[in-house]
Design a protein around this ligand. Structure first.
Ligand code: SF4
Ligand code: SF4
Length: 404
């Protein structure tokens, strides 16, 4: 992993990261800015008096959105420094009970699948019929959409066409399976043989960004085996957080913990590709698309735009749809406030960030809000429904699949 010392010692204190940080934008307190977090961690590491309790609170107040990295002239990953310290504190204090439960579910495939099935049955039968509000962090349970049955595994149909392994991810498999089905439909129409495996495990990012890397190692190794044990031309993702885990975090982690698996992931790293980037290279797509007269806007997920640098591609493929009216929203690349567990621990700040996004969406007059991340989609649906705005929220592939 990148050396944290190299990062905080190289900070020029220029402040380019300050006004773009979504947490700073809402609180207007220097202490929560990336620049200040780096200074605080440096101070702590150098043995100056900074109480654990105080610094833990400050480093928890970060969405891991990487907007600071995107805007830093020195290309410093402030979030890496934060993550390293979270790891140190995890060793010292362990995880709290909420993260322990989630870690237990996400790290066990059978329990993950069983929990998702029961959550769907209970939610669809009772919870989404109640009138009063129950909150999970910044989310209102009543605005979580009806949960579709989970996506089933698919075996490759033939060996003489190009092969895609679709790494679906927890949310698109268990909550937004329409995104997954749309992806498969498009890939099949483009002539690819798609495999979805029941060996796929949670990518582990919610736990990794909580600082608990060792617990996720078995999952990481299983996923690396899945990605490398058969030949695939591409490994496609529809969740940018999964893509960042597989493409960026796994090599960093395995470089430190497991040399053999580090070599394995490096051998397929370049095949891992976000669906927007993949589709932007597919000339056939244009021929498949039928007319669609919707007025749409697009929200950039942080991991897609800031970490993977994918900005033009979703816009290019949206604009390929004949008849589409695309309206760019103000600050499309600013965070929606979800940030993994962030909205659970800081619901008020998360709501404020979401409301800012909502105002920008509202000004576009679009009736469809597109994005490319299931967590952003969940957050946007919640805020939009809560504000009684009549807008559909779709993953880009859902709109494309409708137009094919
Ligand atoms: S933009 Fe980079 S160099 Fe400037 S204060 Fe922020 S982290 Fe430091
Ligand atoms: S990762 Fe995002 S929330 Fe965290 S300090 Fe950087 S800009 Fe702020």
């Amino acid at each position: 992993m990148p050396n944290s010392e190299n990062i905080y010692n190289r900070c020029l204190k220029c402040g380019f990261c300050v006004n773009v940080c979504p947490v700073y934008k809402e609180l207007k307190e220097e202490i929560v800015s990336p620049r200040s977090k780096l200074r605080l961690v440096k101070s702590f590491k150098e043995g100056n008096i900074v109480k654990d309790k105080y610094i833990r609170k400050i480093i928890a107040n970060c969405l891991m959105c990487e907007t600071c990295f995107k805007n830093c002239p020195s290309g410093l990953h402030a979030s890496q420094v934060i993550l390293d310290l979270r790891e140190e504190f995890k060793e010292k204090y362990g995880l709290d009970w909420k993260k322990k439960i989630l870690s237990f579910i996400l790290n066990n495939n059978k329990i993950r699948s069983l929990s998702a099935t029961w959550a769907r049955i209970i939610y669809n039968s009772f919870v989404n019929k109640i009138n009063f509000n129950i909150s999970i962090g910044a989310l209102s349970v009543k605005y979580i959409p009806k949960i579709n049955p989970a996506l089933k595994s698919i075996k490759r149909s033939s060996t003489n066409v190009k092969r895609v392994l679709y790494y679906v991810g927890c949310l698109d498999r268990f909550l937004f399976s329409n995104t997954a089905k749309s992806t498969i439909k498009i890939l099949n129409k483009l002539g690819y043989s798609v495999e979805v495996s029941d060996k796929e495990r949670c990518c582990g990012m919610p736990i990794i960004i909580s600082g608990d890397i060792k617990t996720v190692l078995p999952n990481i190794r299983d996923n690396v085996d899945l990605l490398t044990n058969s030949y695939y031309d591409y490994i496609v993702t529809t969740c940018p957080t999964c893509a960042v885990a597989l493409k960026e975090k796994y090599p960093e982690i395995l470089n430190e913990y497991d040399e053999d698996y580090f070599k394995k992931i490096n051998s397929v790293k370049d095949k891992i590709i976000d669906i927007n980037k993949f589709l932007s290279t597919q000339k056939e797509l244009l021929r498949l698309l039928k007319r669609c007269n919707k007025r749409v806007t697009y929200h950039d997920p942080c991991h897609l735009v800031n970490t993977l640098g994918i900005y033009n591609e979703p816009r290019e493929i949206i604009l390929k749809i004949p008849g589409i009216r695309y309206v760019e929203m103000k600050d499309a690349s600013s965070c929606c406030g979800s940030g993994g567990f962030y909205h659970i621990y800081f619901p008020e700040i998360s709501k404020k960030i979401g409301e800012r996004k909502l105002r920008n969406i509202s000004k576009t007059g679009a009736n469809v809000v597109l994005t490319s991340c299931p967590a952003c989609k969940l957050q946007l649906i919640n805020f939009i429904d809560n504000a009684k705005m009549r807008k559909e929220v779709l993953h880009v592939v859902e709109l494309l699949a409708e137009c094919i």
